[in-house]
Design a binder for this molecule. Structure first.
Ligand code: GDP
Ligand code: K
Ligand code: MG
Length: 302
């Protein structure tokens, strides 16, 4: 039974913060589904992505964003900051994610930015699982309160799934009463093909050391269901900036690319709900991350 319009709530919530505080992990937990890729490396999330959570009483559209960061002169860095900044527009609430016990100048920059916008802001203090005793967290919470001047502060742990119900309860205070914005089964604004390329990029970020991931991107060349074979055919091109990086991605005897492929295939099977044949290729494309036109052609253009 459809609830009366005045009882239903629907709206947009931006998830922002500096890199690596756990924005994407949190969004996935709030959705109960892995949509946005995550890794211990900053700049894992490069694109804005909508994750829609629809229930009988509400539809919340979470907008995950690249981390706002200082420094990085490259076009790709400017793109990520631009994308994060644009997420403020047309949302009902901003969830500003910070990491328990660590307040950096980048957090302060985000806090200062929040003070200039018209949208209400709630702070999520993530990763509280790193503290064994609650009392150890108090000085940090007090410090944020002083630096950020926001009233609502919710300690949470995406890992332990603690505080998620509190977040949703708080979010609903700001979500307007109106009917559904998107159809009931709508999950994201991104194509399955895009999600597939992100899965491959996530494995790159996770499997490789520090020297390659920021200089790599993924382009899906073929993405189709083969009726005769009864499986998906996915060909992905990993673009790196230098020959040396190509060798690292491939690894000795191809062990790196094999690992990336095995892990990516596993997630692709979940995403596509069927058998998957995945082929990975590595190619050098110099300066893709510095060149606005190259960026746009690789899908960095929203
Ligand atoms: P983002 O850059 O802000 O989107 O952060 P990610 O979601 O990619 O997460 C960055 C890192 O923090 C990853 O290694 C996550 O596994 C880790 N992380 C996320 N949430 C938690 C948490 O609640 N507790 C701990 N200990 N680590 C977390
Ligand atoms: K990250
Ligand atoms: Mg992220």
């Amino acid at each position: 039974e459809t609830p009366a319009v005045e009882d239903y709530q629907a709206g947009f919530v931006a998830v922002i913060g500096r890199p690596n505080v756990g924005k994407s992990t949190l969004m996935n937990e709030l959705l109960g589904q892995k949509l946005s890729i995550t890794s211990p490396k900053p700049q894992t999330t490069r694109h804005r992505i909508h994750g829609v959570h629809t229930t009988a009483t509400h539809q919340i559209v979470y907008v995950d964003t690249p981390g706002m960061h200082i420094g990085g002169e490259r076009s790709i860095n400017a793109y990520m900051n631009r994308t994060a900044n644009s997420a403020f527009a047309d949302v009902d609430l901003v969830l500003f994610v910070v990491e328990a016990g660590r307040w950096t100048h980048e957090d302060q920059a985000v806090a200062d930015k929040c003070k200039t916008i018209d949208v209400p802001v709630v702070i999520l203090v993530n990763k509280i699982d790193k503290f064994k005793k609650k009392e150890e967290l108090f000085p940090f919470l007090q410090k944020i309160g002083e630096n950020a001047e926001f009233t609502t502060l919710i300690p949470v742990s995406a890992y332990k799934k603690s505080g998620l119900d509190l977040i949703e309860k708080e979010v609903l205070k700001y979500i307007p009463h109106q009917s559904m914005i998107f159809p009931e089964d709508y999950i994201t604004d991104r194509s399955t093909r895009f999600l597939a390329s992100e899965i491959v990029r996530e494995k790159l970020m996770r499997v490789l050391g520090e020297e390659v991931p920021y200089g790599a991107t993924v382009e899906i060349e073929q993405f189709k269901y083969d009726e005769a074979e009864g499986r998906w055919i996915v060909n992905a091109l990993i673009l790196v900036e230098r020959e040396g990086q190509k060798l690292i991605v491939i690894g000795a005897k191809g062990d790196m690319i094999k690992q990336i492929g095995t892990q990516a295939r596993k997630d692709l099977i979940t995403l596509l709900e069927g058998r998957v044949h995945l082929e990975l290729w590595v190619k050098v494309k110099e300066n893709w991350a510095d060149d606005e036109r190259a960026l746009a052609s690789l899908g960095y253009n929203d």
